[in-house]
Design a protein around this ligand. Structure first.
Ligand code: 5GP
Ligand code: MG
Ligand code: MG
Length: 180
C-alpha cells in the first residue's frame, strides 16, 4: 500500500464486483435503448471503462469535463464546462457516469443542462454516494457504494491530480492535505 493511504475502503475485487452488478442491471434496463453513456471526466474514467465492459448491449460513449473542485478537498460551488460533449443528446437516453456525488452541485448543473438540450431520459450512475454532504436535491439512480464523509482517492479519483492510478479506493492520510 502507498504510504499516503490511511486505509483501503474498496479493493480491486470490490470494484470489479460492483461494476459487474451495475453493468448487469443496466444491460436489462437499457436493452434496446442505445444509451449515450456520458463519462464525467476525469474521476469517472476508470469506473466507466469497467462498467461498459459489463454492459452487454449496444451503447455509445462520450465525455464531458466539468469542474467544481480546485486542487483542494472542498467544493468551490462553481461549476464550469471544460470540455463539452461531441454528441447531441437530443431525444437520447442518457446515462451519466460519475465517480462520486458529494454536494450534488456538479450533477445538478449537468442535469439541468442536458434537460435544456432535450434528452429523452437522463439517469445517473455513480460509483460512490456521499449522502451526508448533499446541498442540492440530486438523487443517483444507480449507486455502487454509500461512503462516509471522508476524502477518498484512487480508481480515477485524485487529490491535486495524483492517486488516480491506484487500482483501489482508499482514504488519504489527513496530514497530506492538512498541511497545505
Ligand atoms: P459535487 O459537485 O457533488 O460536490 O462534487 C462532485 C465532484 O467532486 C466529484 O465528481 C469528485 O470529482 C469531487 N469529489 C467529491 N468528493 C470527493 C472525494 O472524497 N474525493 C475526491 N478525490 N474527489 C471528490
Ligand atoms: Mg466527478
Ligand atoms: Mg478532483
Amino acid at each position: 500500500m502507498k504510504p499516503d493511504i490511511e486505509r483501503v475502503l474498496f479493493s480491486e475485487e470490490d470494484l470489479h464486483k460492483v461494476a459487474q452488478r451495475l453493468g448487469k442491471q443496466l444491460s436489462v434496463d437499457y436493452a434496446d435503448k442505445n444509451p449515450l453513456v456520458i463519462c464525467v471526466l476525469k474521476g469517472a474514467i476508470l469506473f466507466m471503462t469497467d462498467l461498459v465492459r459489463e454492459m452487454d448491449i449496444p451503447l455509445e460513449i462520450d465525455f464531458m469535463d466539468v469542474s467544481s473542485y480546485g486542487d483542494g478537498t472542498v467544493s468551490s460551488g462553481e461549476v464550469r464546462i471544460l470540455k463539452d460533449l461531441d454528441t447531441s443528446v437530443f431525444q437520447r437516453n442518457v446515462l451519466i457516469v460519475e465517480d462520486i456525488v458529494d454536494t450534488g452541485r456538479t450533477l445538478s448543473y449537468l442535469m439541468k443542462l442536458l434537460k435544456t438540450r432535450e434528452a429523452k431520459s437522463i439517469k445517473i450512475c455513480t460509483l460512490m454516494d456521499k449522502q451526508d454532504r448533499r446541498v442540492m436535491n440530486v438523487k443517483a439512480d444507480y449507486i455502487g457504494f454509500e461512503v462516509p464523509n471522508e476524502f477518498v482517492v484512487g480508481y480515477g479519483l485524485d487529490y491535486a491530480q495524483h492517486y488516480r492510478n491506484l487500482p483501489y479506493i482508499g482514504v488519504l492520510k489527513p496530514e497530506i492535505y492538512e498541511n497545505k
